[in-house]
Design a binder for this molecule. Structure first.
Ligand code: ATP
Ligand code: MG
Length: 180
């Protein structure tokens, strides 16, 4: 399994349709300060369903929508699509390529798709959860995160370990079942 491509439109500084293709192995993104490198990482986090504005370095969720720059007007919609190569069947879905899409409107409404079929945020979370991807996982290590792990309270540190061991998903399911 590897990330094949990332397509953005109206997301943070990426007003125009932008597509990045990746090869298996390591990719390094370089560029001047403020050119959008971290915004690319934010797009990955966001497409996988995060509901935390803090994860995205913003004050509110709608801060991800292109807010205008220079003579360009603000946009009313942000969208990101990630395409994952699934030829090794890492994802529990019978497709060799899986595209997960998220769009957000200025009203704050979100829309999710898996291979162009509308779905819930929960479907995306479940699809990605066994892979270590998705929200509430720690595949994406941001600046300051190492310090956060070292300084975490014991219960928080336990959650990191549970996630790495793949049992967080079952805990979430149990919590949902108990709420019903
Ligand atoms: P550094 O090297 O300093 O870490 P970077 O390449 O990671 O820089 P980013 O943080 O990705 O840069 O990009 C910051 C830029 O994105 C800023 O110029 C900011 O104005 C712009 N930006 C962030 N959110 C939006 C938005 N909603 N609309 C328009 N531009 C935005
Ligand atoms: Mg940065």
């Amino acid at each position: 399994m590897y990330l094949k491509s990332l397509a953005l439109r109206g997301f943070k500084s990426f007003a125009d349709s932008t597509r990045l293709d990746f090869e298996p192995g390591i990719t390094v993104i370089v560029g001047p300060n403020g050119s959008g490198k971290s915004n690319i990482v934010d797009a990955l986090t966001w497409s996988m369903g995060t509901r935390s504005a803090k994860d995205l370095r913003g004050g509110s969720m709608s801060d991800v929508i292109f807010a205008g720059a220079g003579s360009r007007k603000a946009m009313g919609r942000a969208s990101v699509e990630i395409t994952i190569d699934n030829s090794d069947d890492s994802l529990p879905i019978e497709f060799t390529e899986v595209t997960v899409g998220r769009a957000m409107f200025a009203t704050g409404e979100n829309a999710y798709t898996i291979n162009d079929v509308e779905c819930r945020q929960l479907d995306v979370a479940e699809l990605l959860s066994d892979t270590g991807l998705g929200r509430e996982t720690h595949t994406i290590v941001g600046q300051g995160r190492i310090d956060a792990v070292l300084n975490a309270r014991p219960e928080e540190r336990r959650a990191f370990i549970e996630e790495a061991a793949g049992i967080l998903k079952h805990r979430r399911r149990k919590e949902r079942a108990l709420r019903k």
